[in-house]
Write a protein that binds this ligand. Structure first.
Ligand SMILES: N[C@@H](CCC(=O)N[C@@H](CS)C(=O)NCC(=O)O)C(=O)O
Length: 214
């Protein structure tokens, strides 16, 4: 069996993260790399998910980023990559190693991912449909998911002093909401808004992964 650490430490193996700076799922990976001190090993190579000629579609047949290339091998999606980074950091750094708490954390992280998924679908509705094709019903359906998930986090906030799986995933989701604005959430969820400010203040992984382009 190939040892992950051995491959990661092999300087002849190139490690590339296919992601734009603007991808919220890519930002999860970039935040985790910074939080775990693993970023130096990885080169960021933007991907164009709309371009047929972009090698991303060969690397990940779904054509989605982020996609982590270790030599010629591709690993996706963001959750799998965060599991890999946690393992590289010795395990138990981003998520509990085992026990019921592990599955609680994984579920909370999927809830936060669901905010981003719904926000992306709302964004794509704009991008892929002409104004007369836009389904307000579909947009309301996605906004309902976001609103319910935000309420769940507002009433049970993760510890902002830690940069672990749930916090990183939630911060990436909220950052994306702040950018794309499928709905206004900050005034209606003041605790969560404060939570993001605390997280941002506490962890350089937030500022170091802010997008430098629109
Ligand atoms: N579940 C995936 C979602 C990835 C995803 O949806 N990425 C978006 C960009 S943030 C994408 O590549 N969209 C292009 C497409 O769906 O064709 C993950 O966690 O990595």
């Amino acid at each position: 069996m190939t040892d992950l650490r051995t491959v990661w430490d092999d300087p002849t193996v190139e490690i590339i993260l296919r992601s734009t700076e603007t991808s919220p799922f890519g930002r999860k990976v970039r935040m985790a790399l910074v939080a775990l001190g693993l970023g130096g090993r990885v080169r960021l190579e933007p991907a164009d998910t709309m371009a047929e000629t972009d090698g991303l579609r060969l690397q990940n047949p779904l054509g989605k980023m982020p996609c982590l290339l270790i030599g010629k091998e591709a690993f996706f999606d963001s959750h799998v990559i965060l599991e890999m980074l946690d393992a590289l950091a010795g395990g138990g750094r981003l998520m509990p190693r085992d026990g019921l708490e592990r599955f609680r954390v994984l579920t909370r992280a999927r809830l936060a991912d669901g905010i981003t998924d719904a926000a992306l679908l709302a964004t794509y509705e704009d991008r892929f449909r002409t104004p007369d094709q836009t389904s307000e019903r579909w947009l309301a359906h996605q906004k309902g998911k976001i609103t319910r998930a935000l309420a769940a986090f507002e009433s049970d906030l993760p510890d902002p002093a830690r940069a672990e799986l749930v916090q990183i995933t939630l911060a990436a989701a909220l950052g994306y909401l702040n950018w794309r604005r499928p709905l206004e959430w900050r005034e209606t969820h003041p605790e969560l808004d404060r939570w993001l400010q605390d997280f941002a203040r506490n962890h350089p992984c937030w500022t170091k992964t802010e997008r430098t382009q629109e």
